[in-house]
Ligand binder design. Structure first.
Ligand code: IMP
Ligand code: MG
Length: 182
């Protein structure tokens, strides 16, 4: 059966093969950088669920998995910077090497908030790994340590990323037609 969501997509920016190749590359890099460390990979729900599941299988060293669910107020196309913790981590991260796995960095306000929050819990190190980055939109002074693709200022969905909770199940990253949200 053909995807009923394809009609809402302007164009496919990164297809499943390109994503898989990039995720494999990132996993190798992280495996080397964190060798011998006590890595805690933090999944920021819900957007990074696909990326997290795929990336973790490409990391070849032991790690602890933990999940945090946050929601940012505002409309569904951009975050307001006001972040609410819906579900906190289950484990203490003091003395651990923590890597935040996020789907996309836009204004950077969500990550700036998370960095400050988690830094206060005394991890040995705290870094950011994001699949997508829109550097042209940055407001907060925060940069990813690992980044899959830098993308232009367009609203993308798929591979975990949503518009009003829809489109997360697309296997690729595509630009949403403005007619869908205008
Ligand atoms: P920031 O706080 O402005 O960096 O926004 C980060 C969050 O906004 C991400 O975790 C996404 O939930 C959402 N977001 C930003 N850009 C997009 C996009 O192009 N598609 C889907 N969600 C996005
Ligand atoms: Mg998100």
């Amino acid at each position: 059966m053909e995807s009923l969501m394809r009609k809402d997509i302007e164009y496919v920016m990164h297809d499943a093969e390109a994503i898989a190749a990039k995720v494999r590359e990132m996993g190798e890099l992280i495996s080397r950088d964190y060798l011998g460390k006590e890595l805690v990979a933090v999944c920021i729900l819900k957007g990074s669920m696909m990326f997290y599941a795929d990336l973790l299988r490409e990391i070849k060293i032991p790690l602890m998995a933990d999940f945090m669910s946050i929601s940012s107020y505002g409309n569904s196309r951009k975050s307001s910077g006001v972040v609410q913790i819906v579900k906190d981590l289950d484990n203490n991260i003091a003395g651990k090497d923590v890597l935040i796995i996020e789907d996309i960095m836009d204004s950077g306000q969500t990550l700036a908030f998370l960095m400050e929050l988690l830094q206060a819990r005394d991890p040995i190190s705290l870094k950011i790994c994001c699949l997508l980055d829109k550097p042209s939109r940055r407001v907060a002074a925060v940069q990813p340590d690992y980044c899959g693709f830098e993308i232009p200022d367009e609203f993308v969905v798929g591979y975990g990323l949503d518009f009003a909770e829809y489109y997360r199940n697309l296997p690729y990253i595509g630009v949403l037609k403005p007619s869908v949200y205008e």
